[in-house]
Design a protein around this ligand. Structure first.
Ligand code: NAD
Length: 419
């Protein structure tokens, strides 16, 4: 009997994408050996006294994939499905992403396997502080700079900044980005990922000679990245006809009222039950007729089984790794224009870089300056990727990986092999 084929985990997918890009770049064996795998991997135990008086142990990770081009940079995720392999993949994607937008960072990522929805604020604070002290030897403004990711936010960053600063004995805001503005956070950081997604969609429409105004949009995952992208697309007179979150999917073919939906989500914690919308299933959402699909939830939501039904002309990967390689191949073959994650969602890390620069200088910029700089970075990076795609006749994903991997390879060749 044939054994069932185990689906590839996120890190295996990341390695596969690396090999494809390295092949196109004709990278030699020695360079591949130096940049493919994580530089440092830390697993920590995070004991927390819960509200019931008992201690519960959580497992946490921090991975530094690369510090070739600068300090490691990447978010911290709190989710029940966090695994070391997932964190390694996310850290690798951060390396290539920072290189694609040409900011002087390497790549890192962290996570704690937990369900923050079932934890009190006190429990979350204690877990965050204990996790921060456990990874403290690795992090620092010149070493490795965490930021928010799924189910972490500016409050989480404030606790990490405080824990780190109290241990060192003086305030060090540059140890994290995505902080509250009053603690050295940057204006525009909260909406940076969604805004960057929006700029890449605008660039894609320009490139494809497609009208953005009047385009129909479906957003999977109405969280930080997804809701901001939806809001900006709505402002640009697109019709956002369906959105979802972990509690359900809603649809209105005339277009959802996004500002009202954001208030509804803020008040009730879910998109389901929004007045004037009908509930649909997750597979119906992906199969809707639309111009632009924005997957903004988690990895592997578009898979071999549902990809054939996707009708969008553009897929803007706000989430990291939302398409499995099988789904990617199906959609490429159908001629869908895919804006790959390491380009599409790089707005978050780009404004994180602006925040870090402002913290180091103790000099803060106006919102409009942040938006202008972000738009410039996103549009330039989009055109850099499109150029490689055209010159080398490769997919957008391969082109983005070639740009990212190529820049890291160039840097490592110049630095050489220590000792
Ligand atoms: P978030 O926690 O704010 O939002 C995630 C949303 O996805 C939530 O609304 C959740 O309910 C929803 N969701 C979860 N599972 C779902 C499912 N199966 N179907 C539909 N919706 C589901 O997180 P975020 O920061 O917006 O991150 C979303 C994605 O964007 C992640 O892949 C993350 O790595 C990526 N990303 C985020 C940033 C950032 O700055 N926040 C930057 C780059 C990439």
């Amino acid at each position: 009997m044939l054994a069932a084929v185990r689906p590839k985990n996120a890190f295996e997918v990341a390695l596969e994408n690396f090999d494809i890009a390295a092949g196109y770049l004709d990278l030699d064996h020695d360079v591949r050996e130096m940049i493919k795998y994580p530089e440092r991997v830390l697993t920590v135990t995070v004991p927390v006294r819960m509200e019931n008086g008992h201690v519960r142990r959580f497992e946490g990770f921090r991975v530094q994939h690369s510090t070739v081009r600068g300090p490691a940079k990447g978010g911290i995720r709190y989710h029940p499905n966090v695994t070391l392999e997932e964190v390694k993949a996310l850290a690798a994607w951060m390396t290539w992403k920072c290189a694609v937008v040409n900011i002087p960072f390497g790549g890192g990522k962290g996570g704690v396997t937990c369900n923050p929805k079932e934890m009190s604020r006190n429990e979350l604070e204690h877990m965050t502080r204990r996790y921060a002290s456990a990874i403290l030897p690795l992090i620092g403004p010149e070493q490795d700079i965490p930021a928010p990711d799924v189910y972490t936010n500016s409050q989480t960053m404030a606790w990490i900044m405080d824990t780190y600063s109290m241990t060192k004995g003086y305030p060090i805001p540059g140890v994290v980005t995505g902080k509250p503005v009053c603690l050295g956070g940057s204006l525009g950081r909260n909406e940076a990922t969604g805004r960057g997604v929006f700029y890449t969609i605008q660039s894609a429409c320009d490139h494809l000679h497609m009208q953005l105004k009047g385009a129909t949009v479906v957003v999977q995952g109405f969280g930080n990245a997804g809701s901001v992208a939806a809001h900006l697309l709505d402002t640009a007179q697109c019709l956002v006809i369906a959105v979802s979150d972990s509690t359900g999917c809603i649809h209105n073919k005339e277009g959802l009222d996004i500002p009202k939906l954001m208030m509804h989500k803020e008040k009730t914690g879910r998109v389901a039950g929004f007045p004037g919308s009908e509930a649909i299933s997750a597979s119906e959402l992906l199969a809707l007729s639309c111009d632009i699909l924005v997957p903004a939830a988690l990895e592997n939501t578009v898979v071999e089984e549902n990809a054939p039904y996707v009708k969008a002309k553009i897929i803007a990967e706000a989430a990291n790794g939302p398409l499995t390689p099988e789904a990617d191949a199906i959609l490429e073959a159908k001629g869908v224009f895919i804006i790959p994650d390491i380009l599409c969602n790089a707005g978050g890390v780009t404004v994180s870089y602006f925040e870090w620069v402002q913290d180091l200088q103790h000099l803060f910029w106006e919102t409009q300056e942040i938006y202008n700089r972000l738009e410039r970075v996103m549009r330039t990076s989009f055109h850099d990727v499109v150029k490689i795609r055209a010159d080398r006749s490769v997919s957008m994903r391969a082109a983005a990986n070639m740009l990212g991997v190529g820049r890291v390879a160039e840097a490592v060749k110049l630095r050489g092999l220590y000792p």
